[in-house]
Design a binder for this molecule. Structure first.
Ligand code: ADP
Ligand code: MG
Length: 562
């Protein structure tokens, strides 16, 4: 499509507002244009001190006529009519950005269209008209240079955050775009020095570890689901949901800074969907830790209204409740232990460290296990059929499966089983006789009432509790448990405390049948990775790591003097 001005009726419907309000907004608009032009490689040179930025892409480029039109107001090649507004598949559509940039900065564009032979370089006036025009030799694609940003608006410059903060937002922006468009390769320069690179790949699972250094690809679970059409949910065509989730026993953050939601190629603020992610992962991490997750919804364009926010950072999404449900299901699936969803390699850093620690110091190195994609592929785990084979120290259950062995801590695995059972079915049962508690503080009485346990004053500073959570009722330590519950927390906390108290203690001997029952129940939980306090439940030792550890690849022969 060539670039033409939008009809007035369309202009009037588009969220107006100043698009270019910061240094990073320039980068955002240029990057989005490159992506719309089908680029796969972007080189961005930032000169924040000079209020200058240059971006080169290998997209389709622009011919001379388009170069003349592109910086005029409301001129776009992406939509042309009112109806197109509901079929937007590009990131841009308002035809405003280049014009706005020309108004607040010096704009120069060099471009060679893939369908033409000559490249042109044009410098624009503040009105977006060509000022100078020179033929230029360059590879197909576009190079846009924006300099002297806000030079004529000193007050604007002063009102902006510090340059380092602006750079930070450029970096965050690039991370977001890279996650949404994983096939793009990026080279970012700052003041003529390389700053960071991102290599293009197939999915966001391979992008995230490139900037979250402590996260490995194998610590992430990736799920891509097609959601079939659901006409009653106003979903006429199928949609796709992608989820990259940090496995809770391997990654977490001390801030909720990596809970991201994207819709059709752009990270957006969606408090409701972010809440769904957080809730879906509640009680899988230690207290004060937050998950790493990236949700990307690919929806029919008619389901989104981008005209809520000038920077398109907020949207109107149809059938939000439906999507919340889909996301919750996807998280549940991502957390399950099964062959389809388990990451290709279950080897992780902790196991490498364990193997290292168990090696005699200075002799051999276990190196590069997690960095070698080929060997990782071999560690693909078959259909999980964990068989209990032994109990060690009356604490760990040793299980074996086709490609290795797992060590499972009996108490916390059972705690997870009971916790989920209580989540699904929290029952209070009558205590006969009631349990007598003395010297309760008023807040303890209130707390027990809040948990809806039937409690009444029985005498001077004596209370009778007539109900208890079902797993506690028959226990000898039911009184202690009630006292614990009286100390505070919501229903969830009470469920965790109840699960912890009623789970099999470490130190309890188990026979093979009992162990197998526990393992089967645990495998079927919604989140088998961590206990409700966030502790990891199992340690996997895959055959491939063991074989490396025992040097099974050595050829025993003359070369070893045998
Ligand atoms: P919009 O992206 O909303 O269409 P812009 O002002 O950002 O509006 O860009 C105007 C037009 O210029 C685009 O519609 C596109 O045709 C063209 N354009 C801008 N940047 C590039 C680029 N990097 N490669 C090819 N064409 C581009
Ligand atoms: Mg644009």
């Amino acid at each position: 499509m060539s670039i033409v001005p939008l009809p007035l009726e369309v202009v009037n419907l588009i969220a107006a507002g100043e698009v270019i309000d910061s240094y990073s907004a320039v980068v955002r608009e240029l990057v989005e244009n490159s992506l719309d032009a089908g680029a796969t490689r972007l080189v961005i040179a930032l000169f924040p001190d000079l209020w200058r930025v240059q971006l080169c892409d290998n997209g389709t480029g622009m011919g001379l006529t388009d170069l003349h039109h592109c910086a005029r107001p409301h001129s776009t090649s992406k939509i042309h009519t009112l109806d197109d507004l509901w079929q937007i598949t590009s990131l841009g559509f308002r035809g405003e950005a280049l014009h706005s940039i020309a108004q607040v900065a010096q704009l120069e564009i060099a471009s060679l269209s893939t369908t033409e032979e000559t490249g042109w370089q044009i410098r624009y006036t503040a009105q977006g008209e060509a000022e100078t025009m020179t033929p230029i030799a360059l590879a197909p694609g576009t190079r846009i240079t924006v300099s002297d940003l806000f030079a004529k608006m000193p007050v604007r410059r002063m009102g902006l955050p510090s340059l380092s903060q602006q750079l930070k937002s450029v970096q965050t922006l690039i991370y977001h775009v890279a996650l949404c468009h994983p096939h793009i390769t990026w080279q970012i320069w700052q003041n003529d020095r390389p700053w960071f690179n991102i290599s293009g790949s197939t999915t966001a699972q391979f992008i995230l570890p490139q900037f979250l250094k402590q996260v490995k690809t194998t610590d992430l679970q990736y799920i891509s689901q097609t959601i079939p059409p659901a006409p009653h949910q106003n979903l006429p065509t199928s949609a796709r949901l992608e989820l990259v989730l940090g496995l809770p026993d391997r990654v977490s953050r001390h801030r909720p800074d990596w809970i991201k939601v994207a819709v059709n190629g752009r990270v957006v603020r969606s408090p409701q969907l972010e809440q769904t992610l957080t809730t879906g992962l509640a009680r899988t991490l230690p207290r004060d830790r937050f998950p790493v997750c990236f949700l990307h919804l690919h929806l029919c364009p008619s389901h989104i209204d981008w005209n809520r926010h000038p920077a398109k950072a907020e949207i109107y999404l149809h059938s939000l409740d439906f999507w919340r449900e889909q996301v919750a299901n996807a998280i549940e699936q991502a957390l399950r232990l099964n062959a389809v969803t388990l990451p290709v390699a279950v080897q992780n850093q902790r196991v490498t460290q364990l193997l290292k620690a168990s090696e005699e110091k200075g002799r051999y190195q276990v190196k590069g296990i997690e960095n070698s994609p080929k060997s990782l592929q071999k560690e693909a785990i078959g259909l999980m059929s964990l068989k209990a084979v032994a109990q060690v120290r009356k604490m760990y259950i040793v299980t074996e499966h086709d490609t290795g062995l797992w060590l499972i801590e009996q108490h916390i695995a059972h705690e997870r089983v009971i916790y989920e059972r209580l989540q699904d079915n929290w029952q209070l049962v009558d205590l006969e006789p009631p349990i007598i508690l003395n010297d309760l503080k008023p807040f303890q009485v209130e707390q027990l009432e809040r948990l809806q346990l039937n409690i009444e004053l029985f005498g001077e500073k004596i209370w009778a509790v007539r109900q208890a959570p079902e797993p506690l009722a028959q226990r000898d330590d039911c009184k202690d448990a009630l006292l614990e519950l009286s100390l505070g927390g919501d229903i969830q906390t009470a469920q965790v405390a109840t699960a912890c108290r009623s789970a099999i203690r470490n130190g309890t001997p188990l026979n093979l049948d009992e162990m197998q029952v526990l393992i089967d129940q645990w495998q079927n939980t919604r989140n088998p990775h961590t206990c409700p306090h966030g502790r990891p439940i199992y340690l996997s030792l895959e055959e491939s790591s063991l074989s490396r550890f025992f040097r099974r690849h050595w050829v025993i022969g003359k070369s070893h003097g045998i």
